[in-house]
Design a binder for this molecule. Structure first.
Ligand code: ADP
Ligand code: ADP
Length: 234
């Protein structure tokens, strides 16, 4: 079964100007082990889609399944567990300025209730994996953009999620650093077996690493399939 499944999902917001349909009758799945790309222009509904997948929002209509759980049917306590099983990385990295690299990575482990020894062991392991063990005591402002994103990735992976959602994760980075981060995401997929969803407006990023792609426009999925088929269409 797919890790995530959206069944005819719509999400609308009520604003002073009226109702805004951010996601409009979307059906899609995220398959175990794949790298799925979600591409679309600004306003296409990508961020809303992310918040629906990580259970920060519930659909106005339709169903979202994460594993066997249908999110609208879950109590808040279970929703919290679902959220903890999904790692997130962001365009602006969202690191804690006042914490060291290790402190940032250890933070979700602390929230999960791990003791000091386990936190330290896991923090060292994952920092080593992203190549930043030697920066454990640095602060975010002492790092380059690419290093900050690698800290963000390490923090997202600390609790061993099965899915990593990358929301415009390379959009603030130069091309060379982007390539490094994409290579790291591929390694996370292949070596750690983490399913990766890359949400972006950058076609090149999708081409570089995605197995499948979902194209969104004005809240709707206008195309989906293998990257090769979608991008080589006449
Ligand atoms: P994207 O991430 O592709 O740029 P979004 O999901 O952020 O797209 O937005 C899709 C549409 O939904 C936009 O028209 C946006 O203005 C609207 N929208 C998103 N979130 C809200 C919200 N909380 N309240 C009102 N409108 C929203
Ligand atoms: P706090 O413990 O209050 O969060 P820090 O911001 O210094 O303070 O967080 C450091 C966290 O990361 C602690 O859990 C610490 O034990 C761990 N840590 C610090 N350096 C390393 C390292 N080189 N390898 C593994 N874990 C480390």
């Amino acid at each position: 079964p797919p890790l995530v499944r959206l069944e005819r999902v719509s999400k609308s917001y009520t604003t002073p100007a009226g109702t805004r349909v951010a996601v409009d009758d979307v059906s899609l799945e995220v398959r175990e082990g794949e790298i799925l790309g979600v591409i679309g222009y600004s306003g296409a509904g990508k961020s809303t889609l992310v918040r629906l997948i990580n259970a920060l929002e519930l659909p106005t209509s339709g169903k979202v399944f994460v594993g066997d759980d249908e999110l609208t049917a879950l109590p808040e306590s279970r929703l919290r567990q679902v959220r903890q099983g999904i790692g997130m990385i962001f365009q602006q990295f969202n690191l804690f300025r006042s914490r060291t690299v290790a402190g940032n990575v250890a933070f979700p482990l602390r929230v999960a209730g791990l003791g000091r020894a386990e936190r330290d062991a896991r923090t060292a392991e994952i920092l080593d994996f992203v190549g930043l063990l030697d920066r454990a005591y640095s602060y975010p402002e002492q790092l380059s953009g690419g290093q900050k994103q690698r800290v963000g990735i390490a923090r997202a992976l600390a609790t061993n999620p099965r899915i990593l959602l990358a929301d415009e994760a390379t959009s603030a980075l130069d091309p060379e650093t982007t390539a490094d981060v994409l290579a790291l995401l591929r390694r996370i997929n292949r070596d750690l077996g983490v399913t990766v969803v890359v949400i972006t407006h950058e076609m090149d990023a999708i081409r570089a690493i995605a197995d499948r792609v979902v194209v969104m426009d004005e809240g709707r999925v206008v195309e989906q399939g293998d990257v090769y088929d979608v991008f080589s269409a006449p």
